[in-house]
Design a protein around this ligand. Structure first.
Ligand SMILES: NC(=O)c1ccc[n+]([C@@H]2O[C@H](COP(=O)([O-])OP(=O)(O)OC[C@H]3O[C@@H](n4cnc5c(N)ncnc54)[C@H](O)[C@@H]3O)[C@@H](O)[C@H]2O)c1
Ligand SMILES: [Zn+2]
Length: 343
């Protein structure tokens, strides 16, 4: 097991890589733990959770809503959770978001930690302290910023991760490569999803590398005034199409990244060769690069995006692979690009 410490202004988050779930009992008192997980994980890992109080919620993004948080809170009351309790979110990004948010508001805030079980949660959702829920079509509209006590990575959870969820997780890995790491981009070009699935040591190394990329971006800009915005690459259009078309997060972000590359080419001298490299890499990892979406509908949702400020939208574009920048685009111009570039 490798232990690292991630320093944020409000908390030092301990991170246990290559750990075993059973290590939990060394970190926290069993009687104080309440596990929050979803039906799929409860089904696969009943024996791991057996000795703990557990709250199981329905699986899927459509349950990342306030009603599920209310349900969790009622279950916490039934289990006599108090300020000494610690919630452990064991699952994908939906579970880590629900756990972080519920723990942060229950009794004005109790301790929580994460055991991420999907690639997406491992490389992205569990790092950075953001957690929240969707409100209708609006993604992550309500939530908090608060860091977990610790992160525990047991890679063997990935053995039961469905193929489509592997693919989703790779959208965020490709995003990290596009915005910050051209070497990792080239490495991904040479590798295949199948190799990562079959070689635990190779995926373990890639996951750790991605956690470090996300940590290094977030820790330098906790308030999202600078570089942290780059993590939204592909997410502006991505979030809008995600909920309208009930796409998975990774698929939606992939479509968003492809669109952002097309817009990058129109605004900046981002070469069409580089654009093709990004599109080819996304396709190599079985991700979609286009969607014939209803532009008016997507535009309406886009206007509610948290990245909008006044009459501009802070859009993330690429200078080149491994180098992204924030471009405030006037809404009128963006609307034109929307109609002309994204045909
Ligand atoms: N808070 C953040 O900073 C942040 C960052 C990125 C994404 N997110 C959020 O994360 C969510 C997406 O995360 P996700 O893709 O992990 O979604 P998810 O939690 O819905 O998991 C995807 C599916 O995989 C299943 N699953 C997860 N791990 C499994 C395993 N080991 N074995 C079998 N099945 C398993 C889940 O039950 C679910 O059906 C979105 O809601 C997104 O907004 C949050
Ligand atoms: Zn994302």
């Amino acid at each position: 097991m490798k232990q690292e410490k991630f320093k944020f202004s409000s908390r030092l988050v301990k991170c246990y890589f290559d750990a075993d779930f059973s290590y939990l009992e060394k970190l926290v008192e069993r009687t104080k733990v309440i596990i929050i997980t979803d039906e799929n994980l409860a089904h696969h890992y009943a024996n791991k959770f057996m000795d703990y109080k557990t709250i199981v919620v329905k699986a899927g993004e459509e349950y990342k809503q306030q009603a599920t948080v209310d349900h969790v809170i009622n279950e916490l009351i039934k289990r006599n959770a108090d300020r000494e309790s610690i919630l452990i979110g064991v699952g994908g990004g939906v579970i880590t978001d629900i756990t972080g948010y519920a723990a942060s508001v229950y009794m004005r805030g109790i301790k929580f930690a994460f055991v991420p079980t999907s690639i997406l949660a491992m490389v992205d959702a569990c790092i950075g302290g953001k957690s929240g829920v969707d409100v209708g079509l609006y993604k992550n509209l309500v939530g908090v910023i608060n860091h977990p006590e610790f992160l525990l990575y047991e890679y063997s959870f990935l053995k039961t991760l469905p193929q489509e969820e592997w693919i989703n997780g790779f959208a965020e890995i490709i995003k990290h490569a596009c915005i910050k790491d051209k070497q990792m981009f080239s490495f991904l070009e040479k590798e295949t999803l199948e190799r990562f699935q079959n070689y635990p040591k190779v995926i373990a190394k890639l996951i750790k590398q991605n956690v470090e990329i996300k940590y290094s971006i977030v820790s330098k800009d906790e308030n999202e005034t600078g570089d942290r915005k780059l993590l939204n690459f592909g997410h502006t259009i991505g979030h809008a199409v995600e909920n309208i078309y009930k796409l998975s997060h990774g698929n939606a972000v992939s479509i968003g990244m492809a669109a952002a590359c097309k817009i990058s080419g129109d605004i900046k001298s981002f070469s069409s060769k580089e654009k093709e490299r990004v599109l080819t890499l996304l396709k190599k990892y079985h991700l979609p690069v286009d969607l014939n979406f209803d532009k008016e509908k997507v535009w309406k949702v886009l206007l509610m995006d948290k990245k909008k400020s006044g009459d501009k939208m802070n859009f993330i574009l690429l200078n080149k692979i491994g180098d992204a920048f924030v471009k405030p685009i006037p809404l009128a111009h963006l609307k034109n690009l929307f109609n002309q570039v994204l045909l």
